[in-house]
Write a protein that binds this ligand. Structure first.
Ligand SMILES: Cc1cc2nc3c(=O)[nH]c(=O)nc-3n(C[C@H](O)[C@H](O)[C@H](O)COP(=O)(O)O)c2cc1C
Length: 475
């Protein structure tokens, strides 16, 4: 699949897209998308005929929320089974291959080009997502492409983009990101920092842009390798930076090192809170806007208490891969509950005394498990890690807090941790504690642990068939 339109067609053909006409940018698109996610609808929402935008401007939400959508985007065998999707992605987690992009002269993104006085970002679909957001955000599923001022080093990252005016936006690039390194490399020379931002693209590019890769990996080249076909790019007129020739909408411009700062945020974060509040940032001044006819903005809306298939598949697959790569055996399944990696659950076939503690400690300290994680639960292989009720049942029945609870202090955290006190946030000591709950049967008397009363799977299948009118068939 080469672009967002092909992706939209693919999910629509499979019944996973709903077209929604006439919604308002102010809290309505965000609200409907959040409620649809809470209701676990399996359709992406394509908002059309949006109030207050130029004719044809559209926005796509909830598009990487089901296993089918994610496997289609990533080029896996399409499946609606979360387990199959995680396993498929785990096989790929080790691959870091790249393939050069192909520079072309023309592409659909050049159908319309705004220059000089024509530039007007406010015409496009920039929703205000949450009630206390600092303004409209056009970039939530975006790809910000930057280069180092001196080194041969290109990056694509997802950093949210707030609209401040027709030619003004902010790129919320946090310290430590590759984009931040690039920005610093220009600012140290006293030069403006150039960037292009793709706002609508095949979601595999979005997913690559917000996946943690080693710094040297160019996400555009990674996607080319994953697709087994070079990503076609065109060069920006103002900066020379490349962007996908089949993007829906691209903004191009610079951040000046001496520009006066403006207020960015607050913004409703993946944590379900308003994160770091307002920050002061130098504006991104837009020189060009390139767009296809009727451009679609790919959006990604954070909703408290719900995880998307994108986050579950990627974080589970990566952590699982890294656990195995660390030489740990006996891993049965790995998942994360809620967005991000706040709540990890790993099931294992216990193989030796201390195995469960080792797995839990690794899960919370490996690169893909370390950021903002809070609770790690290790269960036996007979517990379904995707069934929260089963995980909680195992936790209350197999875990004795005095023996099985371990708290680790001084773990990695960040300003967006809602539980960090204002004093600690201001001090710069951005750490927190983490909890490991060993909910496995104690290894040394596992054989004597009382048998549980769950119905045998064979009998269950028989009964469900025999009593199909009364019971769900599990399909
Ligand atoms: C939906 C979404 C929004 C994000 N927004 C931001 C953001 O505003 N600023 C930021 O620094 N990172 C943000 N991230 C995280 C980065 O995209 C992620 O850490 C990525 O790996 C950074 O890439 P880099 O290390 O190549 O810079 C976001 C991630 C997602 C999934």
């Amino acid at each position: 699949m080469r672009d967002l339109r092909e992706f939209v067609r693919a999910i629509e053909d499979r019944g996973q897209l709903e077209r929604v006409p006439g919604a308002d940018l102010d809290l309505e698109i965000g609200g409907v998308s959040s409620l649809a996610r809470q209701d676990a609808l399996d359709t992406a929402l394509l908002f059309e005929d949006i109030e207050g935008t130029r004719p044809g401007a559209r926005v796509l939400t909830n598009a990487v929320d089901t296993p089918l959508q994610v496997t289609l985007a990533l080029g896996h065998e399409p499946t609606n089974d979360i387990r199959e999707a995680v396993v498929a992605q785990k096989e790929r987690a080790a691959e870091m291959e790249t393939r050069p992009v192909e520079t072309v002269d023309d592409g659909p993104v050049l159908e319309n080009v705004q220059r000089g006085g024509e530039v007007d970002l406010t015409e496009f679909a920039a929703p205000t997502w949450h009630a206390h957001d600092g303004g409209p955000y056009i970039g939530t599923g975006d790809v910000v492409i930057t280069e180092h001022a001196e080194e041969d080093d290109r990056n694509a990252g997802t950093y949210r983009v707030q609209v401040h005016g027709p030619k003004t936006a902010t790129l919320n690039i946090r310290p430590g990101r590759d984009g931040d390194r690039h920005r610093q490399s220009y600012f140290e020379r006293g030069e403006p920092f150039p960037a292009v931002v793709s706002l609508g693209h095949q979601p595999d590019l979005f997913m690559a842009a917000n996946q943690r890769f080693p710094a040297h990996v160019d996400e555009l080249e990674y996607v080319s390798a994953q697709r087994d076909r070079p990503l076609e790019t065109v060069e920006g007129e103002a900066t020379g930076l490349p962007f996908p020739a089949r993007s829906e909408l691209v903004i191009e411009g610079t951040v000046h090192p001496d520009a006066e700062e403006i207020t960015e945020g607050p913004f409703g974060e993946w944590t379900g809170y308003y994160g770091a509040g307002e920050t002061q940032q130098r504006p991104f001044e837009i020189d060009r806007i390139y767009h296809r006819n009727d451009p679609i903005v790919l959006a990604y809306n954070n909703v408290p208490m719900t995880a998307t298939a994108m986050s579950t598949i990627r974080s589970g697959a990566q952590l699982w891969h890294q656990l195995e790569d660390a030489g740990i055996t006996g891993i049965d399944e790995v998942t994360t509950i809620f967005p991000g990696i706040w709540f990890q659950v790993v099931s294992i076939e216990q193989q030796y005394a201390g195995h469960s503690t080792q797995v839990g400690m690794q899960a919370m300290s490996l690169p893909s498990g370390v950021w903002e994680g809070r609770i790690t639960i290790v269960v036996d292989e007979d517990v379904d890690v995707y069934d929260l009720a089963e995980v909680l049942w195992a936790t209350v029945s197999r875990c004795d807090p005095a023996e099985d609870l371990t708290v680790i202090e001084n773990c990695v955290s960040s300003r967006i941790n809602p539980r960090m006190s204002p004093e600690q946030t201001a001090s710069g000591d951005h750490t927190k504690s983490r909890m490991l709950l060993d909910a496995t049967k104690p290894y040394h008397w596992k054989g004597e642990f009382p048998e549980d009363t769950r119905i045998d799977p064979e009998l269950e299948a028989e009964l469900r068939t025999a009593y199909a009118e009364l019971l769900s068939t599990g399909e």
